[in-house]
Design a protein around this ligand. Structure first.
Ligand SMILES: *Cc1c(COP(=O)(O)O)cnc(C)c1O
Length: 236
């Protein structure tokens, strides 16, 4: 994939075009796919540039880095939706419950209970997705498909949270057909939970390299970093 070709505004246009083409191929409306710009490792000024180009949802991986950036962009807080898409440890839940709008990486009840209890009453419930381990390796975070129904029911009952759906980070795959397989499994898992009566509307899947595959399989949020901001200085 070619990187760093244009300005952030040009890259955003290109990514929006890719989402639009994927939607056309899938017979879906682009209004149903939110672009989450993953600004991890990039400075607050890069977020300002994206804001000026009409981008309002931003994803961050590292809690400390994100809190500093949210603070630096406090003047634009009302225009920005901040999404945590990186791993979350128990000792960081309070800061996250206070500062973010969404958390995509809830994979156990203890973290969800803490976020719910620590969400300030003055704020709307925190939007959460359950992260699912779609590739099945032991090293990766995420709940298993087997754990999902019980976890989803418990999280949906927590008053400080609004359970929105599922999120995954599949192993990279080269071709479109292979990329679609884990995305399809996540969609099927979401459908299964909805059949059990949970009101879920979100599938957070697809990144710079596989967003078309994700859109074809029903993604409602695609998380795109390098195709917008360029290559990252360190692996993340
Ligand atoms: C970094 C990251 C992304 C964005 O990845 P790109 O390949 O740069 O688009 C998306 N989701 C998660 C969970 C990430 O950590």
């Amino acid at each position: 994939m070619e990187m760093n070709l244009g300005s952030i505004a040009e890259n955003l246009d290109e990514v929006r075009g890719r989402i639009g083409a994927g939607c056309t191929a899938a017979g879906r409306s682009p209004q149903h796919v939110t672009l989450l710009a993953v600004s991890k490792t990039f400075p607050a000024d890069a977020v300002r540039e994206a804001l000026a180009a009409g981008q309002h949802a931003f994803g961050e991986n590292y809690v400390q880095e994100a809190l500093a950036k949210i603070e630096a962009l406090a003047d634009r807080r009302a225009e920005i939706e901040w999404h945590l898409i990186g791993p979350l440890q128990s000792n960081k839940t309070r800061a996250v419950a206070e500062a973010f709008d969404w958390v995509h990486t809830v994979d156990r009840l203890k973290i969800a209970e803490r976020l719910s209890a620590q969400r300030p009453a003055a704020l709307p419930p925190l939007n959460v997705c359950l992260q699912v381990n779609v590739s099945g390796e032991d090293s990766k975070s995420g709940a298993s498909f087997d754990e999902l129904p019980a976890l989803a029911r418990s999280v949906a009952a927590l008053p400080g949270l609004r359970l929105r759906g599922l999120m995954s980070i599949p192993e990279p795959a080269d071709d479109l057909a292979a990329q679609r397989i884990p995305h399809r499994r996540l969609k099927q898992a979401l459908d299964g939970l909805r059949e059990q009566g949970l009101a879920l509307d979100t599938l957070s899947m697809g990144m710079s390299a596989d967003l078309e595959a994700a859109v074809l399989e029903g993604a409602t949020i695609v998380r795109v970093g390098s195709a917008i901001f360029g290559s990252r200085p360190r692996p993340a």
